[in-house]
Design a protein around this ligand. Structure first.
Ligand SMILES: Cc1cc2nc3c(=O)[nH]c(=O)nc-3n(C[C@H](O)[C@H](O)[C@H](O)COP(=O)(O)O)c2cc1C
Length: 158
């Protein structure tokens, strides 16, 4: 299992899709906050999901989630999946992406790389522990983020 990247660009500039569920019921959304690292002697990915996202329901329900990265020409699709909710639209029908069933979760055929993650931990980021300038700009009118840490159990390449 190997994944070499410039981690400060991988999420922030490339963006990714965070997906949870199975072929009969799943949801996906665009993310640009995240990290890769190590905890509890395991390779992990960390993502941050506002509690208001439809994807949040799936993240809570499921034991696995995937983080998938795409070529530059998918940026427009990622923009749509990051601005419309699966509660209000059939994301799959309208996105043009092709769902791909994995042993434990879902990804998309178009993904260059998919990280398959086993959920290890979830905790809400307490507003009182966040510097005031950040709390004011990001949380005064919007739901808090839950942090999810997942063990990276597989790296799937196209
Ligand atoms: C570039 C980009 C990055 C985003 N990153 C995040 C993120 O890291 N965490 C988050 O909660 N929402 C993030 N969003 C917002 C969600 O993708 C967006 O609210 C989406 O419509 C949620 O869909 P859902 O309700 O179907 O889950 C991002 C949106 C964009 C366009």
């Amino acid at each position: 299992m190997e994944f070499t990247t410039d981690i400060f660009k991988q999420f922030d500039k490339k963006w990714a899709l965070l997906t949870a569920g199975n072929k009969d019921s799943f949801n996906t959304m665009t993310i640009s906050w995240g990290g890769l690292g190590t905890i509890w002697n395991k390779p992990v990915a960390t993502v941050y999901v506002r509690t208001s996202r439809y994807t949040h329901d799936f993240m809570d329900r499921e034991e696995y989630f995937t983080i998938s990265f795409y070529p530059e020409d998918a940026k427009q699709v990622l923009g749509v999946l990051g601005s419309k909710s699966g509660r209000d639209m059939d994301k799959m029908k309208d996105s043009g992406l092709t769902p791909k069933e994995l042993a434990q979760s879902m990804s998309f055929e178009e993904a260059e790389i998919t990280l398959v993650c086993r959920k290890l931990f979830r905790q809400q980021l307490s507003i009182e522990n966040i510097p005031e300038d950040i709390a004011d700009s990001l949380y005064s009118n919007d739901a808090p983020h839950d942090m999810y840490i997942g063990e990276v159990v597989d790296v799937i390449r196209k």
